[in-house]
Design a binder for this molecule. Structure first.
Ligand code: GTP
Length: 336
């Protein structure tokens, strides 16, 4: 059985980190998102097909340099085809029913049960469903036992038919590919799913519990760390933490935090450095970047290789592209 992993998005909401590497290769708890996903594939899957479109050479290099339990094939998309078009583009690789994943979701959906439910019902698709606190911000699923009745996009407060949302993980029958027009941009969620509801066996949904984080924004990227690290600090073997970590922090290979620096809910990618007296909160420091002495960074993202001047005071900034983005232009919440 194949698993398609959608890995071709530009990851604009995680810029500037995604200027230097594709989102599926950004580490969560010091392992690329893609590695977490490949680890989770059930026994039934023997081949992963990566639908790649952005920084493909980085993805190929990572696949070649690391061992995997399953065979991994990287398929190139010449221009972004959207979530549906990307699946159609890898049609030649598919030999039967298959799993499909958004490449930026850290979660524990019940993959075996999804495969079984699809077989039992003969539906074209089964969606993993996740319960959220504020359904008005999401596309909500109206579920009748395991059959999806309809999708309601961003319902008015109090009007949502349920709190269940599409978790970005699917099991499909291969015939689903016949529903997608080739060679054009197609959204699985907006164009194909509504049509599949009308088929005889419809679309099925399977709610699950545990954890689910769509790591598309800096704040949720940090949340994913909090969940996987269970609030503990993770320091890679070759990293040095001489300063303090409160709540939790994550230090990648060769990262270095000097004595007298303080980190809280913050991630340092490989080779990042934080100098004495600096204080970081809810902050991500890119690979090889440096935060100078006594700098104070809150809700900030620093691009790979940049330096934040000593004594800087940044709140909600994206430091990238060779200059420091003023906070008023770069609040997390203003990023979709
Ligand atoms: P943003 O630009 O920040 O919205 O991120 P994104 O481009 O990754 O989009 P989004 O988070 O909506 O994508 C969900 C998943 O689908 C991610 O794993 C993307 O890599 C993937 N994806 C989105 N669009 C495409 C596409 O056109 N082609 C392929 N192959 N994958 C895509």
């Amino acid at each position: 059985m194949e698993a398609i992993i959608l890995s071709g998005g530009l990851g604009t909401r995680l810029r500037p980190l995604t200027y230097a590497r594709p989102k599926p290769l950004l580490p969560i708890a010091n392992r690329p998102m893609l590695a977490h996903l490949l680890d989770r594939l059930p026994e039934a899957v023997d081949r992963a097909v990566l639908a790649a479109g952005y920084r493909i050479d980085d993805i190929r290099a990572w696949v070649d340099e690391n061992p995997h339990r399953v065979d991994v094939t990287v398929v190139e998309e010449e221009e972004p085809l959207g979530t549906g078009g990307a699946i159609k583009n890898v049609e030649d690789e598919i030999t039967g029913p298959f799993l499909c994943f958004n490449g930026d979701v850290i979660a524990n959906p019940p993959l075996e049960e999804m495969i079984e439910l699809r077989e039992e019902t003969d539906a074209l698709g089964v969606l993993a469903l996740w319960e959220v606190d504020e359904p008005e911000h999401f596309g909500v699923v109206d579920l009748d036992r395991d059959r999806i009745r309809r999708f309601v996009e961003k319902p008015d407060p109090g009007q949502a038919p349920s709190s269940l949302v599409n978790a970005g993980t699917y099991c499909f029958h291969e015939d689903v590919l016949d529903w997608i027009e080739p060679g054009r941009k197609v959204s699985l969620e907006r164009e194909i799913f509504p049509e599949l509801l009308e088929t005889r066996e419809g679309l099925r949904g399977l709610p699950f519990e545990g954890h689910w984080v769509d790591c598309g924004r800096p704040d949720v990227y940090l949340d994913a760390h909090e969940i996987l690290l269970e609030g503990e600090t993770l320091v890679a073997d070759t990293a040095t933490l001489d300063g303090e970590g409160s709540d939790w922090a994550c230090l990648g290979e060769d990262a270095r935090v000097s004595a007298g620096a303080r980190l809280s809910r913050s991630v340092l990618l490989e080779g990042a450095e934080v100098e004495a007296g600096a204080h970081l909160e809810n902050t991500i420091v890119g690979a090889g970047a440096r935060v100078g002495k006594d700098a104070h960074l809150v809700d900030t993202v620093v691009a790979d290789g940049l330096t934040v001047e000593a004594g800087s005071d940044l709140d909600g900034a994206r430091v990238g592209g060779g200059k420091q983005t003023p906070p008023e232009e770069a609040r997390f919440e203003e990023v979709r």
